[in-house]
Design a protein around this ligand. Structure first.
Ligand SMILES: NC(=O)c1ccc[n+]([C@@H]2O[C@H](COP(=O)([O-])OP(=O)(O)OC[C@H]3O[C@@H](n4cnc5c(N)ncnc54)[C@H](OP(=O)(O)O)[C@@H]3O)[C@@H](O)[C@H]2O)c1
Length: 258
């Protein structure tokens, strides 16, 4: 793979599994030094070990993005070990499942604490460091918020998740408006459905099968389908991309099922 991210340091939140683990491997193969963060530190340690065994620089850190005060110190540790952060993949997310009539305040709050508040304060902590280190002045700052087709489409039974991901889309545009002048490109990637822990078991249910049959290609995506867009938004190609909400969904959010 072409080393378009050679010399860059990337932080991936929620890298203990699913898409975050995939993104961390991808960024490393593209030449970046990667910091894998999540609450399940044993899992990020294992993954960082696997990435290092492939000959890349990787480290693992425990980070709960809902704990805003913990983000800055974690990013400082990344900079001490790997160098100035130039890429943040704001990937940590929770599903916030529950029909609107049954949803509890706890599920609502946790969904927004991770999917929106966590995204904002991780972006803020990264941007402050990109400006302080001079990475931003070189126009090399990149923040990629992992939103969802739920940012612009109603996923049934997921009102808290949909609202949180719509917030991520607007947050992306707002931060891009403030920070693009400083040299930080803030953009969002909206994936369609990919089988991971966040939707485990759903597509084996009757409702999931019905939803799948409504997708134009009647299939789920694979994590690798996101690679081109993620690398574009993380690297030099994003020089003039700011506040873009890029959907890569195999057509899943196009209207008109069947
Ligand atoms: N899979 C899909 O179809 C799909 C589609 C569109 C968008 N997305 C988005 O993609 C992102 C990754 O999802 P996924 O599919 O890979 O799901 P996943 O396998 O459930 O992974 C979610 C990740 O988020 C982390 N996380 C959850 N709460 C956290 C917290 N408080 N602090 C730090 N990390 C936390 C988890 O790590 P720990 O539990 O170890 O902390 C885990 O690594 C999410 O933002 C999701 O909304 C997924």
């Amino acid at each position: 793979m072409e080393k378009v991210l050679e010399g860059r340091v990337a932080v991936v939140t929620g890298a203990s599994g699913g898409l975050g683990a995939h993104f961390a491997r991808l960024l490393a193969r593209a030449g970046a030094s990667v910091a894998l963060t999540a609450r399940r530190v044993d899992m990020v340690e294992t993954l960082a070990g696997e990435i290092a065994a492939e000959g890349h620089r990787a480290m693992a850190l425990r980070l709960d993005v809902a704990d805003a005060a913990a983000i800055g110190p974690a990013f400082d540790e990344v900079e001490t070990v790997l160098g100035p952060i130039s890429i943040l993949i704001n990937n940590a997310g929770v599903g916030g499942e529950g029909l609107a009539l049954d949803l509890t305040p706890e599920v609502w709050d946790q969904t927004f604490a991770v999917n929106v508040r966590g995204v904002f304060f991780a972006a803020q902590a990264a941007a402050r460091r990109m400006i302080a280190s001079g990475v931003a002045a070189e126009e090399a700052g990149r923040i990629v918020n992992i939103a969802s087709i739920a940012s612009h489409t109603v996923l049934p039974g997921l009102s808290a998740y949909n609202a949180s991901k719509a917030a991520v889309a607007m947050l992306t545009r707002s931060l891009a408006r403030e920070w693009s002048r400083r040299g930080i490109a803030v953009n969002a990637l909206c994936p369609g459905y990919i089988e991971t822990d966040i939707n485990a078991g759903w597509f084996q249910t009757e409702g999931g099968q019905k939803q799948l049959k409504g997708f134009p290609r009647r299939r789920l995506m694979e994590a690798g389908d996101l690679d081109a867009a993620l690398l574009m938004l993380s690297g030099p190609a994003a020089r003039a991309i700011a506040g873009s909400i890029i959907t890569v969904d195999d057509g899943q959010s196009l209207p008109g099922g069947g």
